[in-house]
Ligand binder design. Structure first.
Ligand code: SAM
Length: 464
């Protein structure tokens, strides 16, 4: 790999005699890894040999070769997420230090790898606010969160400062910071050409600004998980030191199995307990993660006072049959905004009441849209972990029909009853059609459509 000279000099100086092995690893192929959605993959099993676990994640696995994910209906059903293995290490922070009902903010969340992972790790009474500042990326995040099917996630599109203004609102904040991307050199050739020393400096300053802006939103004793996918000290150990010294935080150690071969601090000055993934030692890309506990005081901001003054509008009457769409309807408040019906679990309702001024893209389960007398059921409902399947006739279709549906082509279901029908592949819901007798209306959102007309010959699924 053609590496920038100043990158070589800095990295060589921090890696010492590991440099040669590191450089060689950058020329090796990237491993392929996925993370199963524990709710949706409950009854699935592997159909291939050679699938091995990611040691630091209970739901992460390496695949021996890269299948065509695009043409796998189970990928579209949210049964798994294609995710780089090192970044699944965030699981250890949650398993070891987070319990009970918590409020979590994933501040830099798109495309959603860590958010969908966190959603699968926290209690169902917990809340995850999954935020992305760049609008186009926030829409990708929205799709991935929807695919994962959890009802306790709120997707937002805000600047860190806007979330900081909430005041102490979260027990855990993940800042998976935008960085110079050195850890992605092997996977993404573009990241090599975009790299410069100046950009490392810009990234470092931006990371400090992001943490500073969101810091008021973290409760006292709350956890900040800070991560990057880069190697240099400035964006990693030095920024962790900066957070400790300037904002008031202490390091929280993680228990690490030594077989995982995770490295510790590479800084000669700062020997704090941080976690580094180096590609010649761990099977994955470059990754850095530190867990910090806020020791400084956290200020309650007077959001609740503002809220008290606000007259609450009387909720619209819930249409007959709506509650039947979800399992455990007693858990939810059913709310209508501009004809769109959603089901909010209590922690989501509570956050929405507090979140005046924030740009919210989705909260709870989007059930469907009222059009005249008809409630047009949403794709999000089909993919929700809380869908009541008994509310719909279910048609299990073969792989070719599932792919046709996912291309938004017409699907014919001669034996299905008329009305909304839930399509499933290998018993995993992939979406709705409206059967009108001799044909069906395909309700897959247009932007979710598989655009390629190519169908790979090798389409044997690795998961059944
Ligand atoms: N956590 C994501 C995941 O696991 O899929 C990856 C996040 S990526 C490393 C960093 C994200 O930070 C990007 O989505 C980027 O758009 C966002 N970002 C860029 N500038 C930002 C800023 N000034 N404040 C907050 N987020 C920013």
């Amino acid at each position: 790999m053609n590496l920038p000279l100043s990158f070589i000099q800095h990295t060589q100086s921090i890696l010492g005699d590991q440099w040669e092995a590191f450089e060689k690893a950058l020329d090796a192929p990237s491993p392929v890894s996925i993370r199963l959605n524990p709710v949706k993959a409950r009854s699935k099993s592997f159909a291939w040999d050679g699938i091995t676990p990611v040691p630091w994640s209970e739901s992460g696995f390496y695949l021996p070769v890269r299948p065509s994910f695009t043409f796998d209906p189970l990928f579209h059903a949210g049964v798994y997420y294609v995710q780089e293995a090192s970044s699944m290490f965030v699981e250890q922070a949650f398993r070891q230090h987070v319990s009970g009902s918590v409020r979590v903010l994933d501040l830099c969340a798109a495309p959603g790898g860590k958010s969908t992972h966190i959603a699968s790790l926290i209690d169902r009474d917990s809340l995850l606010v999954s935020n992305e500042v760049i609008t186009s990326r926030a829409n990708v995040l929205l799709d991935n969160v929807m695919k994962s099917g959890f009802d306790n996630v709120v997707v937002t599109n805000n600047d860190p400062l806007a979330l900081g203004r909430l005041g102490a609102a979260f027990d855990v904040i993940l800042v998976d910071a935008p960085c110079s991307g050195e850890g992605m050199f092997r996977k993404d050739a573009g990241s090599v050409s975009e790299w410069s020393e100046g950009n490392v400096q810009l990234c470092c300053e931006r990371q400090q600004r992001i943490v500073l802006d969101v810091w008021p939103a973290l409760n006292e004793n709350g956890l900040l998980i800070y991560s990057t996918c880069t190697y240099n000290l400035r964006e990693n150990e030095e920024n962790v030191r900066w957070i400790m010294d300037n904002l008031g935080a202490e390091i929280v150690e993680l228990q690490i199995d030594e077989n995982w071969k995770i490295s510790s601090s590479l800084s000669p000055e700062s020997k704090v307990a941080v976690n580094r993934f180096l590609p010649h030692r761990t099977c994955g890309e470059g990754f850095f993660m530190a867990v910090l506990r806020k020791t400084s005081e956290a200020e309650e901001v007077a959001i609740s006072k503002k809220k008290e003054k606000k007259q609450k509008a009387k909720p619209a009457p819930v249409p007959t049959g709506l509650e039947r769409l979800v399992l455990h309807p007693e858990r939810y408040a059913f709310r209508e905004i501009n004809g769109k019906w959603r089901a909010y679990p209590p922690q989501v309702s509570a956050f929405l009441e507090q979140s005046e001024g924030l740009k919210i893209l989705n909260a709870g389960i989007f059930l469907g849209e009222q059009k005249g007398k008809d409630l047009v059921v949403s794709h999000a409902l089909a993919l929700s972990n809380d869908l009541n399947r008994a509310a719909f006739p279910v048609e299990n279709v073969d792989r070719q029909t599932a792919v046709n549906y996912l291309r938004k082509e017409p699907v014919v279901l001669p034996d299905a009853p008329t009305g909304y029908v839930l399509l499933a592949y290998e018993d995993s819901p992939i979406g709705f059609v409206k059967n009108i007798g001799n044909r069906t209306n395909n309700l897959l959102p247009n932007e979710w459509r598989i655009k390629s007309s190519y169908l790979p010959e090798q389409n044997e699924s690795w998961l059944k």
